[in-house]
Design a protein around this ligand. Sequence first.
Ligand code: CUA
Length: 322
Amino acid sequence: MIGGLHDVQVPAGVQAQAIFDLWQWLLAICTLVFVAVIVALVLALRRAPRAAQDTPPDVSSLSQGEPKLVRAVWAAIGLSLVLLLGLLAASVFTDRALARLPLANALHIELTGYQWWWEARYDDVDVSRTFTTANELHVPVGRPVIVSLAGADVIHSFWVPSLNGKKDLIPGRDTKVSFRADRPGVYRGQCAEYCGYQHAHMVLYVIADAPDDYERWAAQQRRPAATPATAEQTRGRDLFVRRNCAMCHAIDGTSAQGRHAPNLTHVASRMTIGAGTLENDTARRAAWILDPQQFKPGATMPAQNLPPDELLALNAYLGSLQ
Ligand code: CUA
């Protein structure tokens, strides 16, 4: 797995902690009940009278009743009710705790699920400060984040278990989820609603940075793409905007403004490509451009039959987009 934990047992925010606490109570109580049932079963088996073929039937309970057993059954029913009501109350209180996250000064992100990747638009009251990225969110530690969720094609589900529970992205029905990361780290998220062939390759990383690091990252993301520094990179940029790359991908600061695929303005700053499919290094990026279907069959991006020199130039340009 590429970086970051995907683990409900490693909560990094108050909400994930509340869900984890509830899960531990559920596990403990259900374990106790399971053990009690098995103990009762073993005792019953051991105390049952042994009979052979010619033993006469014991029908005494038909006339005498069994007050002790009836009391035991009622006690078990009462205890079960108390435990189930207790668990119900615990889950209601947990749900309310999740909704009570203070949201003052929250960061706003619009997250859209596509087959099979995530588009993230960072909102700002000053429109010139908004920017778009894909498949990796950076958030400042300690600051609440409100994520508006939209589904572009089918139903997807936002799930970063270290931060909060799941929330579906349903086409035509916008919803919201909020969270706060309280510890810096890389938290792996995953689409949690089956959405087609490459559902498993729909990974969303949330990187919780110290506030200063986050501001530096966001300032870099707001910049248009870097100007090519070498002749090869310049050639790569020209290939990108002239060939079919630009029909689907956008690179801010160039004429490439496609909106059907991840925005690549700062693609080199990301850990992975293909929404968590491959590590983002030169060799894997080249292999991906040549034949994405080899790694992510069914993805929208077709194979690119580029001559080697064009592939090198294009890859050099993409690698410069920090
Ligand atoms: Cu998107 Cu599963």
